[in-house]
Design a protein around this ligand. Structure first.
Ligand code: HEC
Length: 113
């Protein structure tokens, strides 16, 4: 009976149906092809949160990596590793899936005095 109640509670729970991608418990990274490369290369100096809180296309992620290589001692990665890692980031952390509403159109903004 208790098991049945739990099952019903689970089925009624909105989270059970939410379309959220599965994330790794330790890093918070979306589990999708290439995620282990990010786990291996992107957590040594800062939290993975700094990665998962950003959104951008491949150019954005490439720029971020180049900047860290130039100024923060990020190591060079083999080209195939870098390509897969950037594809993962641009695929799972793209600005198109930014969780916020887009900015208001200027015509909807209050008048400035
Ligand atoms: C060798 C150390 C190091 C490694 C490894 C590293 N980073 Fe960073 N990263 C930094 C530092 C230092 C900062 C600046 C932190 C701050 O501003 O507090 C930073 C900042 C960032 C930012 C924020 C940039 C911004 O505009 O605010 C992102 C995104 C980022 N890193 C992504 C990554 C990714 C993706 C990887 C893996 C490819 C990675 N980092 C690996 C050192 C590193």
């Amino acid at each position: 009976m208790r098991a049945l109640a739990l099952l019903v509670a689970f089925l009624l729970c909105p989270a059970a149906f939410a379309n959220e991608p599965a994330t790794d418990r330790d890093t918070g990274l979306v589990v999708a092809p290439g995620w282990e490369l990010v786990r291996a290369n992107c957590g040594a100096c800062h939290s993975y949160r700094l990665v998962t809180a950003q959104r951008g296309d491949a150019a954005f992620w490439t720029d971020a990596i180049r900047w860290m290589q130039r100024t923060q001692n990020l190591w060079q990665m083999p080209p195939e590793v870098e390509t897969s890692l950037i594809a993962y980031l641009a695929g799972n952390y793209n600005e198109t899936d930014w969780g916020r509403r887009p900015p208001l159109s200027p015509s909807l903004m209050p008048e400035t005095p």
